[in-house]
Structure formats: C-alpha cells, structure tokens
Design a protein around this ligand. Structure first.
Ligand SMILES: Cc1ncc(COP(=O)(O)O)c(C=O)c1O
Length: 384
C-alpha cells in the first residue's frame, strides 16, 4: 500500500506526543474542577495557572491577559464582538483587510467596517489601510500570517504607524481609542509572537494549528481593555469566558506552544528547503504553475499554486486517490460554495481560483513525500 502523504497542516496538525502525554493526567486522575475548594482542585487550578503563565511568558504578556477559549473562531469572535459591543454602534469604525479568516470577517457583520486592498503579492496595501483610518476608527484588524496563501503581514510596521496616529489624536483632543487586533492562529509554528515586537493590543493563538488539541485557543487581551463576554455563567477566565475549563486542552495548548516555538528556527530552515525544492522541481516539469502570494514574505510551509486550465476539485480527487491529502485555498472553496475571498482580492478570476490548490507542510513532511506529490501532479496532467 502506498504511503499516505499529508499536506494540509494549515487545516489541522497531529497532536504532538509530548502534548498528548502532558494532557493525560487531566482526563482521569486530575479530573477535578479547578474552581472547587479542596486540595486536588487547587492543584489543578495551579496547573492551569502555570499553563497560562507559560503562554504569557512566551509572548511577553502578564498571565491575567491570557483568556483560554474553545478554538480560534471563538477567540476571534470574543476579541472583536467583545470589544466593539462596548461602543455605541455609531461610534464604531473598523479597518480590516480581505486577508482575514471568515471567523473575523463574519464576526464584523453588523459593525461598521471598511476593507483595505491587498497588493498582488498577497500583502496588505498598507497605504490604503492607513488611508481608511479616520478620526473615529477604534479598531484595526491585521492577521499575522494568512491561512490560504501563507503571506506574513508587516504587523509591527502598521502598529508603529498607528502609535503615531494615536499621538496625533491626543494632540487634537480626540480621545476615541484606536487598537489593533491580530489573528496569529496560523503563525504559532514559525513566527516571533512577542508582543513587544508586534505592538498589538489583542491577539489570538490556536492550539489546533500548532500540534496541540483542537478547540483550544489563547486570546491575549491587553490589560485595561474593556471586553464584553460572549458566554456568561460562572465567571471563569476573569469573567470573559464562563464555563468549566478544558484543563487537559489548555495544558496541552501551553505545552504545544512552548515546544513549537522552541522548534521554530530548525523547522523554518528545514521547511524553507523543502518549499524551495518542491517549487523548483514542480516548475521544471510544469512551467505553467503559478505561485500565489509573495515567496519571500511567506510561511515556510505554505505553497498556494494555480494550475492554469485545471480544475482543483478534480486535482484534489486525483491526489486523494494516490494517498495525497491537500486542499483548495480554503475549506469552502473546494466544494464551490463560494470562491476564496483572499484569492479574489489578489485579482484571480473564478477560473483561476478554481484551478488553485493549497499545499501546507509540517513536521512529518519529507522530501520523498514531495517527490511523490510532484510525480502524481505531473501524471495527472499527462492523463488529461
Ligand atoms: C487564520 C485563522 N484564524 C482562525 C481560524 C479558526 O480556528 P478554529 O477553526 O480552530 O476555530 C483558523 C483556522 O482555520 C485560521 O487559519
């Protein structure tokens, strides 16, 4: 039987063995509710605190600024709706871009927002973004790394500019707050997440993309920001996310983030090599293939490729038949429900979008697997 080749790490990562082991005690021996008062519960509460501290220190936050949530979508919804619903509806103005995940764009429904353009390299058009900020803008949303095309955004550059805007506002006695939210769900494995080097006010991190458990996320909320909870109840997570804590999950999330950040530099080097190798060899045999988005400012594990004249669903089906798991630009664009808003903002038409597949590599990806993938892609074209 042919070896299976998994090339969809942006969709999900397998749970790391160390993470798996770290989570084990919390299903049975340490199942206690962290909010109870007896010693066993206090121990679990302390373990959870330690997980929070681990994440906080990895990103340069205080532990009380870390809110555990059930996944990236929830973290994004809490950050955006939780912040914006504190303002009179007429006092909200959000600047966001087409790069964002649906969990961000859809969370903004009903709020006043404007979309910044993308440049053809898949990076945000910073000048356009800045030009959209007006005296009432209270939130700018900029993801760190994109899930479809893997482009890395100049977050620090933008937050420095925003700092200047804040100072100018104060001089004009305009006290409307202006903050930055950053979706870093796809960035945890490969990018520097330190807040001092990003300058953002809120940031989401996702366990399921960093070899941690699904339905776990950490949302950083800068001390002092007012956020309304989406889920009310027992007041867990400093009142921002009620519900008995997913202790195993959050402890796993902390171990996963620590490990993946420790492996960051070696994985970047290894994957950059594989990324180069794959692109070069594929282009040698199929010169018509187009890479979408900047090659330089890109996650080392992502290749978003258009195959002119081909149909991505058929390609993915053919790859699947040969044990190769890849995806279309985003989960919904494979089944034609709606075309990728990211690729379309890049200027691709519907035909081009439906000729595009996303290959995302990870810790288990090898050169042999990529050779096989190239062979199958070349074969597919020959058979047409
Ligand atoms: C950039 C980005 N944000 C948010 C999410 C949502 O995460 P989840 O599906 O874990 O809720 C994802 C997951 O695909 C993502 O890639």
């Amino acid at each position: 039987v042919d070896q299976l080749v998994y090339l969809d790490y942006a969709a999900a990562t397998p749970l790391d063995e160390e993470v798996f082991l770290a989570m084990q005690p919390y299903w049975q021996e340490k199942f206690f509710n962290p909010s109870s008062i007896y010693q066993s519960s206090v121990e679990v509460k302390n373990d959870l605190l330690q997980a929070r501290q681990t994440i906080a220190s990895l990103i340069g936050a205080h532990y009380q600024e870390i809110i555990f949530c059930a996944g990236g979508s929830e973290a994004n919804n809490l950050a955006l709706k939780g912040y914006l619903s504190n303002f009179e509806p007429s006092k909200n103005h959000v600047v966001v871009s087409y790069l964002e995940h649906d969990s961000v764009l859809k969370a903004l429904n009903g709020f006043d927002y404007q979309l910044a353009d993308l440049k053809s390299d898949g990076l945000i058009d910073i000048d356009h973004c800045l030009s959209l900020i007006n005296d009432q803008t209270n939130l700018v949303v900029l993801m760190l790394a994109n899930n479809e095309i893997g482009t890395i955004q100049p977050v620090k550059y933008l937050t420095d500019k925003i700092k200047q805007i804040r100072l100018e506002r104060l001089k004009k006695k305009n006290f409307q707050p202006l903050i930055v939210f950053c979706d870093a769900c796809q960035a945890g494995n490969y990018l520097d997440l330190h807040l001092s080097r990003l300058g953002v006010d809120m940031m989401s991190l996702n366990g399921s993309k960093i070899y941690g458990p699904k339905q776990t996320a950490a949302l950083y909320i800068r001390h002092g920001l007012k956020i309304k909870p989406l889920i009310d109840g027992g007041g867990q997570e400093y009142g921002l996310r009620s519900g008995t804590e997913n202790t195993a999950g959050f402890i796993g999330l902390a171990v996963a983030l620590k490990k993946t950040q420790a492996l960051k530099n070696s994985e970047i080097k290894r994957l950059k090599n594989l990324q180069n190798y794959f692109l070069k060899n594929l282009s040698n045999q199929l010169p018509e293939v187009i890479l979408n988005g900047s090659f330089k400012n890109r996650l080392p594990n992502n290749l978003n490729l258009s195959f002119p004249g081909q149909d991505n669903e058929r390609m993915l089906f053919y790859l699947g038949k040969h044990g190769i798991m890849a995806s279309a630009g985003s989960a919904c664009s494979a089944s034609n429900h709606h075309a990728s808003h990211v690729l379309s903002a890049l200027g691709l038409n519907d035909h081009q979008i439906h000729s595009t597949i996303r290959i995302t590599m990870g810790r288990q990806t090898t050169k042999d697997q990529l050779d096989k993938t190239i062979r199958v892609l070349v074969d597919y074209k020959k058979k047409l």
